[in-house]
Design a protein around this ligand. Sequence first.
Ligand code: NAD
Length: 705
Amino acid sequence: MSSVTSLVENSVAVLRFGAGPVNSLGFATRRDLAAAVEAANAAPGVTAIVIAGNNAMFSGGADIREFGTPAMLQSPNLPDLIAVVDGSAKPVVAAIEGNCLGGGLELALGCNYRVAAQSARLGLPEVKLGLLPGAGGTQRLPRLVGVENALNVILGGEPLPATMFKGSPLLDELVAGDAVGAAVRLARARAGELAAGGRPPRVRDRRVSSEHLEALLGFVRTNVKAGFAAYPAPLKIIEAIEAAATRGFDEGLAIERRLFGELLVHPVSRALRSAFFAERAAARIPDVPESTPLRPVRSVAVIGAGTMGGGIAITFLDAGIPVHLLETSRQALDKGAARVREHYEGQVKKGRLKLEHALATLTLLKPTLSYDDIAQDDVVVEAVFEDMGVKEQVFTALDRVMKPGAILASNTSTLDLNRIAAITRRPADVIGTHFFSPANVMKLLEVVRGKATAGDVLATTMKLARTLRKTAVVAGVCDGFIGNRMIEQYSRQALFMLDEGASPPEVDRAAEKFGFAMGPFRMSDLAGNDIGWHIRKRRYLEQPALVYSKVADKLCELGRFGQKTGAGWYDYRPGDRTAIPSPVVEELVARHRATIGVAPRKLEEREIVDRLVYALVNEGAKILEEGIALRASDIDVVYLAGYGFPVWRGGPMCYAEEVGLYAVALRMRELKRNPYGDPGFWTPAPLIARLAAEGGTFSAVGARS
Ligand code: NAD
């Protein structure tokens, strides 16, 4: 069956194309639409053509399922289809409703006329995937809206309201109602005018004004180089648009095609696309089908109104979900509720929220000291002290009072979720929701699946995460789950490097140059050095064989917990978060080296980065092999959404694949020769060793997405 329907209305052929949620321009649609345009051109009774999408939407663009497959470029590819439209002897009008993005907009630009509904949204988002519009978008858009506007649209990548283009030659008409009807009327009128002969106007024949071109392009290039140095697409977009202004159309099109091809194979573009697909894949759980019936989530309870409980409550309130906030004492409850209120007051003061909206949201907050009040809530998130005894009290109470079918979630970061579940008589209803601090700001949510967690509990929690606008990743039960288990190895390396001769600013600088939002020492000062200290003390008891540098303990013994105490790995001025290299720390580290008998050496940036990143990769590989993460790309999502890993490197696992697992294993074995630190640290994880030997990839391991 054709994906295009053709209906002739009063001598105008109305071609409606597409299927699926966004009418994407996959191979079958391209082939059928090109054939339909040719057929309409050949049909004697047809004088003009209207192209419209099905289901009140033009098109979301390329079919992303074709990305990286031969189908993407299979002929008729998008440029071929647009060439057919562009070559039509009969006028072609695009009727634009809903989204008209990427290849969809390029198709519309290839038409002779465009009629849009006021509610339509137009955009060229390719830059976000590290690409440029490769089907004439960079050549046709400047011919319609000018160089400056085209730069803004294509470099910005955002969908824009059609009303923004009112009055520009991009849109021949902007209508309040039926865009297809208006397009049919316009098509008929233009066909009538052409009846005497001649051909319809084409965008390719328009001239681009090159006034102030050099100055404008120079300015934009400088800004792009300063703000997006790591990204190749913006400069190539500028180059393509420059060609639109300075070369003939066909030459410009060829330049655009060449630049598109260069981007397609660029590692940064590949990483950006990998990150995009990783986020989508993370939502899929192989043994929990999308059709799994969900449990309703109409109201929730949060137990514990401390740092995390408060932030979690705000997250639910922001999504319009009523929250019972439960504490043990009136004092703690009042303090927690006051912090939530202060958050909303702050939002109003900063102009981010209207007062009425804040007040309405706060009516959804119901502080309580009684478990009876929460019995009918659909979901409970426990965020009390990290202590099994306290968790036991809470989950015993929840098991007693909560209605059957309520989801019982724990925010624990280190305790065994299976033990917590076993406290109750309903372990299938227990799940982990590991929020990150501040919970209402951080995007990442690790959803921890216990051995008994029911499929519908997992599916409902994943859906809830989307409602809360979180990026959720499923993790199995282990100490630290995915993110913190990996970061511990990264931190161990950071500390070993201090022992060996690096300074905190040197390590941070190298990490930040690699692209991390923050190096390990600045990050630790922000999170609180006491957190790591607490974990290490537990490790010293539970895993005495695990080697740690003691330098961080010595820092903590001085009370230097980071920003919150005004001093940590750096010094801080009161009320200022700027990290100032600290002579006290320098001396502390030097003394520590003398104590352990290490003669300091200079560590090159490359060594610092390799040790930090490969520490993540090696632990990530273990996590993957153990099935704690469903797929390597889930690990990447955790690091991109929660740990400031540079998105243009795609995440630690994607980065390792880009380097090549053989080369990664080789480097690890090289690092193993370093006599200092934990002798076992750089033994490549069995999975890495195996894949390196077989020429395999992480992406072939675990769940197929
Ligand atoms: P917190 O000390 O700030 O808050 C805990 C709150 O729980 C306190 O207000 C306390 O009064 C209350 N509480 C204690 N026992 C209770 C009980 N029986 N019933 C009701 N309330 C009780 O701790 P936090 O940092 O918010 O951590 C809470 C949980 O979140 C812990 O499991 C922790 O591991 C986890 N977590 C913390 C972070 C973080 O960065 N702080 C990040 C992720 C997860």
